[in-house]
Ligand binder design. Structure first.
Ligand code: NAD
Length: 437
């Protein structure tokens, strides 16, 4: 099938590359020319395992190309995905600016088209947006009617950054929100070979399924972090507790890893957007508000530990391992390290950091206020304390490197290390949900 993808960030590029690899003809569109040039040259603009390799393969086999020309991309496609960003406004409500601009542009491009095409919304948008914002703009700018002249679907994306290609190719489910059966049938063709359940529903329900999924997962994380804080007070290891409760099929073991809170481009912004959107309906979503508040508090857990160890942080060298919001990703959006570093800077700490992939993105945020190291050794060298802030696999094997530190103290925000092993090596260990004797 001929497919165009408008917006080639994490979701758009992964969608484009994977659909091309499945044999479709794909055109990726972005307003940023550098991104388009990079894609056409076979350079992935984001870090995701296997992404660049599959991109290069499909460029070579001529199933994929990128352009800044949305009109041309709409013309050539049977299905046009919208995967532009939906960031938070200052008041935390959803910012639909990119969605509105894209809808107008697609509408204009549809004006002179006679072939039936389906517009499929992949961006995360609050329930009602496709019906109340996107369709009216498409109709206004195309002078055409949804359902009659063009189709509309809402296909929420559930991929996890860091595992994006795997998740796209091996989904747990496909949700097809459809304006009408004809629209849904067209999009179903694209996804019919994935071996997962397909749920066909209306547009608004598909939008809500995405928010409910993210809100549930965010709640599960804040829940285990709350349990971790209680465990710490009572001298219990939360990992054992998580293992125990995860064996219950009704609970399951996923997303029960205590840590320093969730970040990234989805959970914080989506839960906040859902909260804002229901305030408009006169309802106060107390549970979700608490999930967000707990998360903000949890991000600063490592700083509370540092404060317990040192009264004054002036000139203390703090080594932070990991900057990205999660391992296997270069994404710094809403990363807990943002809150941690800003608070430590206020306390005049001397901060040295190391991340295998996110350093360039971090430099754009922190500039020369912190130091960026080339490897773990450089980061730990002569440090007063080490904070593990991201769950990169390589941090699991750092035991022998603690000898480089001035004080062998580790604050394990991601529960990467074995406390017993640290004790054997005379490393003072602090972990989320773990009480030191
Ligand atoms: P992103 O910011 O990484 O990428 C969005 C891209 O859209 C950018 O490259 C931007 O230049 C481009 N863009 C903006 N306006 C445009 C226009 N008019 N025409 C063409 N391109 C335009 O965003 P993302 O992380 O890929 O997220 C996209 C959407 O998918 C969001 O709604 C997000 O909530 C949702 N989502 C993201 C993830 C994730 O893990 N990142 C997962 C599921 C869903």
């Amino acid at each position: 099938m001929k497919v165009s993808i408008i917006g080639t960030g994490y979701v758009g590029l992964v969608t484009g590359v994977c659909l091309a690899d499945n044999g479709n003809d794909v055109v990726c569109v972005d307003i940023i020319k550098e991104k388009v040039d990079a894609i056409n040259e076979g350079r992935a603009i984001i870090y995701e395992e296997d992404l660049e390799q599959i991109l290069v393969k499909n460029l070579k086999e001529k199933r994929l190309r990128a352009t800044t020309n949305i009109g041309e991309a709409v013309k050539s496609a049977d299905v046009i995905f919208i995967s532009v960003g939906t960031p938070s406004r200052e008041n935390k409500a959803i910012d639909l600016g990119f969605i509105e601009n894209t809808s107008c542009e697609i509408g204009k491009a549809l004006k002179n088209e006679t072939n039936y095409k389906v517009i499929a919304v992949k961006s995360t948008v609050v329930p009602g947006t496709t019906e109340n914002v996107i369709i009216p703009l498409l109709e206004e700018f195309s002078d055409k009617k949804a359902g009659t002249d063009f189709g509309v679907c809402m296909i929420p994306e559930f991929l996890r950054e860091g595992r994006a290609i795997y998740d796209f190719m091996n989904p747990d489910r496909t949700i097809i929100g459809e304006y009408d059966k004809k629209s849904g049938d067209k999009v179903f063709e694209l996804f019919k070979n994935f071996s997962c359940p397909v749920l066909r529903t209306n547009l608004r329900t598909a939008e809500m399924i995405k928010y409910a999924s993210n809100a549930f997962l965010a709640t599960k994380i804040s829940f285990i972090n709350e349990i971790a804080n209680i465990c710490e007070l009572k001298g219990i290891d939360v990992n054992e507790v998580a293992k125990g409760i995860g064996l219950d099929k009704r609970i399951n073991p996923h997303f029960l890893h205590a840590g320093i809170g969730f970040g990234g481009s989805c959970f914080p912004k989506d839960v906040s957007a859902l909260i804002s959107s229901v305030y408009e309906n006169g309802y106060e979503p107390k549970l979700l508000k608490e999930v967000m508040e707990l998360n903000e508090r949890q991000k600063l857990w490592p700083v509370r530990k540092v404060n317990e160890i040192f009264i004054d942080l002036k000139n203390k060298k703090i080594a932070i391992l990991g900057l990205a919001f999660k391992g296997n990703s270069d994404d710094m959006r809403e990363a807990p390290t943002f809150s941690i570093i800003n608070l430590l800077l206020k306390k005049n700490a001397n901060i040295h950091t190391y991340d295998p992939k996110a350093t360039e993105n971090a430099k754009r945020i922190f500039g020369n206020k912190i130091n960026y190291c080339k490897n773990i050794d450089e980061c730990l060298n002569d440090a007063d304390v080490c904070i593990i802030a991201t769950d990169w696999d390589e941090f699991k094997k750092i035991y022998d490197k603690f000898n480089l530190m001035k004080n062998k103290i580790v604050i394990d925000g991601r529960k990467m290390l074995n406390p017993e092993k640290c004790k054997e090596l005379n490393v003072k260990y602090y972990g989320v949900g773990y009480k030191n004797e």
